[in-house]
Design a protein around this ligand. Structure first.
Ligand code: SDX
Length: 437
C-alpha cells in the first residue's frame, strides 16, 4: 500500500501539518487521521460517516460513479451469470473461488447445519401470529447466542469457522419458521437432499399433508438474488456487525445487530417499502402526482428503491434484477405483472426528471427485488428477511476479517459536544419552573 502526505494549514495559527495519505489496491486514497487528536488536539467530524473509511477490507469494492461492484475482485455481473450463492459465499468468506472439492465440502457442511435446536423452534410460539418476521428473526438469531457454547471462542479459528457455517446454514431455517408461524402452519424441517435455495423454498411452501416439488426456476431466481445481496462493503448493517463484534460480543449476537440495522426502510427494509409505494401509486397516470410529492419536502415522500449513498450511477444489481424480472415473470407465466410495468414506467419517467438527474438518484438493489419475491409467492413482510439471509454471508465475512485482525480494537467514535457547559446541582426547591424563568 503506497502512502505520501497531505498538507493541512490552520487558518488561525497559520501552522501547517501533514497527514499521511494511504492508498488501497484500487479506489480513492484515504487521509490517515488516527493521530489527529494526539498531534493536533482536534477530532474529525463526519456524522453519517459519508466520507469516513472505518477499516481496511479485502472483501468488496464499489465504484459508485462507475456502477462497479466486485466481490474479492470478481465483477458481480460475472458471478451472477456463472456462479452460485454457495460458491459466492465461499468466495466472500474464504477469499477465493473454491475448487470442486472445497465447494462440495463447504456446501455439505452448510447442508448439515441447517437444523436449529428444538428449543429455538419453541421461541416462535411466544410471538403473536402477526409479529413482523424481521422482529422474530432478529430475536431468534440473538437467542442463538444462548446455545452453541462449543464454538464461541472468537480467538479460536476453528470456532470461528463453525460459527460461520452454522449461522449461514440456519438463517433460512429461522426465516422459514417465522413464515410458518405467521401462517399458523406446522414448521417444515430442512432436507439434506436439497441445495440451499431449494431447501429454503421447501421449508417455506411445503406442507406435511402433501408432497412438494421445488420449481427449479424459482430456486435459480432465489440463488441469483442471494448472490446480488450477499455483500456491499461497509453498509449500515455490516458496519453495525463490525462495531458490535469489535467489543468481543458473542458472534451470534453481533449478527443479530446486523439484522436489526438492516430492517430500516432506508436500508434493507426498502424492498418491502417499494411494493407498498407501487401499490400506493397504483397507476401510471398517478406517477406525476407522486413525483410532485417527492419534490415537496413537507410531504416526506421518498421514491423507495431509488438513490444510494455510494452509487451515483446505476446500481449494477438493480440492472441485473430488472432484466431478471422479465425472464422470471415470463418463465413463471406471470409476465402480466402490473406492478412491474408500473415500476418500469416509474424508472423511465424519474430518470428523465431533473430532480433525480441533478441528484444522481438511480434505482438501487431494492427497487425491483420485491417484484421477483412476489412472483415466487414470498409475502411482502418477508422481503427484508430474504435480504438478511443473503447478507448474513457478508456480515460473517466482515466479522471474520475483523476478528482475525491482530490489530483489531473496539470501535468507539467521538462527538462534537454542543450541550450545556459545566453547572452545579440545584436543589429542587430552588429550581425555577419554566413559567418563573
Ligand atoms: C440499501 O449502503 C448500502 O450499500 C446499502 C445497500 C446494501 O446493499 O447494503 O445498497 C442496500 O440500503 C439500498 C438503499 C435502500 N433505501 C432506499 O431505497 C430508501 C430510499 N432512498 C433514500 O432514502 C436514500 O437515497 C438513501 C438512504 C439510500 C441514501 O441517502 P443519503 O446518501 O443520505 O442521501 P440523502 O438523503 O442525503 O439524499 C440526497 C438528496 C436529498 O435531497 P436534497 O436535500 O439535496 O434536496 O437526494 C434526495 C434527498 O432528499 N433523495 C431522495 C431519495 N434519495 C435521496 N429524494 C427522493 N427519493 C429518494 N429515494
Amino acid at each position: 500500500m503506497s502512502s505520501n502526505n497531505f498538507e493541512l494549514k490552520n487558518p488561525e495559527s497559520g501552522l501547517t501539518t501533514s497527514l499521511p495519505v494511504r492508498s488501497g489496491t484500487i479506489g480513492p486514497a484515504v487521509l490517515d487521521i488516527s493521530n489527529l487528536n494526539r498531534d493536533h488536539g482536534v477530532f474529525s467530524y463526519d456524522p453519517a460517516f459519508a466520507v469516513t473509511a472505518s477499516c481496511d477490507s479485502k472483501i468488496t469494492y464499489i465504484d459508485g460513479d462507475a456502477g462497479v461492484l466486485l466481490y474479492r475482485g470478481y465483477p458481480v455481473e460475472q458471478l451472477a451469470e456463472k456462479s452460485s450463492f454457495m460458491e459466492v459465499a465461499y468466495l466472500l468468506m474464504y477469499g477465493d473461488l473454491p475448487d470442486a472439492t472445497q465447494l462440495q465440502e463447504f456446501s455439505g457442511s452448510i447442508g448439515r447445519h441447517t437444523m436449529i435446536n428444538e428449543s429455538l423452534l419453541r421461541f416462535f410460539n411466544g410471538f403473536h401470529h402477526d409479529a413482523h418476521p424481521m422482529a422474530m428473526v432478529s430475536a431468534v438469531v440473538a437467542s442463538m447466542s444462548a446455545f452453541y457454547h462449543d464454538s464461541t471462542d472468537i480467538h479460536n479459528p476453528r470456532h470461528r469457522e463453525i460459527f460461520s457455517h452454522r449461522i449461514v446454514a440456519k438463517l433460512p431455517t429461522i426465516a422459514a419458521a417465522a413464515h410458518k408461524h405467521s401462517l399458523g402452519q406446522p414448521f417444515i424441517y430442512p432436507r439434506n437432499d436439497l441445495d440451499y435455495c431449494s431447501n429454503m423454498l421447501s421449508m417455506f411452501f411445503a406442507v406435511p399433508c402433501e408432497s412438494y416439488t421445488v420449481d427449479p426456476i424459482a430456486a435459480k431466481a432465489l440463488d441469483l438474488l442471494f448472490i446480488l445481496h450477499a455483500d456491499h462493503e461497509q453498509n449500515a448493517s455490516t458496519s453495525t456487525v463490525r462495531l458490535a463484534g469489535s467489543t468481543g460480543a458473542n458472534p451470534y449476537a453481533a449478527i443479530s445487530s446486523g439484522v436489526a440495522a438492516l430492517w430500516g426502510p432506508a436500508h434493507g427494509g426498502a424492498n418491502e417499502a417499494v411494493l407498498a409505494m407501487l401499490e400506493q401509486i397504483g397507476r401510471v397516470e398517478n406517477i406525476p402526482k407522486y413525483l410532485g410529492m417527492v419534490k415537496d419536502k413537507s410531504s416526506h415522500f421518498r421514491l423507495m428503491g431509488f438513490g444510494h449513498r455510494i452509487y451515483k450511477n446505476f446500481d449494477p444489481r438493480a440492472k441485473i434484477i430488472r432484466d431478471m424480472c422479465h425472464q422470471v415473470l415470463a418463465k413463471l407465466g406471470r409476465n402480466d405483472n402490473p406492478l412491474f410495468e408500473l415500476a418500469l414506467k416509474l424508472e423511465d419517467i424519474a430518470l428523465k426528471d431533473e430532480y433525480f438527474v441533478s441528484r444522481k438518484l438511480y434505482p438501487n438493489v431494492d427497487f425491483y427485488s420485491g417484484i421477483i419475491y412476489s412472483a415466487l409467492g414470498i409475502p411482502r413482510s418477508m422481503y427484508t428477511v430474504m435480504f438478511a439471509i443473503a447478507r448474513t454471508v457478508g456480515w460473517v465475512a466482515h466479522w471474520l476479517e475483523m476478528i482475525s485482525d491482530p490489530n483489531m480494537r473496539i470501535s468507539r467514535p467521538r462527538q462534537l459536544y454542543t450541550g450545556p457547559v459545566r453547572r452545579d446541582y440545584v436543589p429542587a426547591a430552588q429550581r425555577k419552573t419554566l413559567q418563573e424563568a
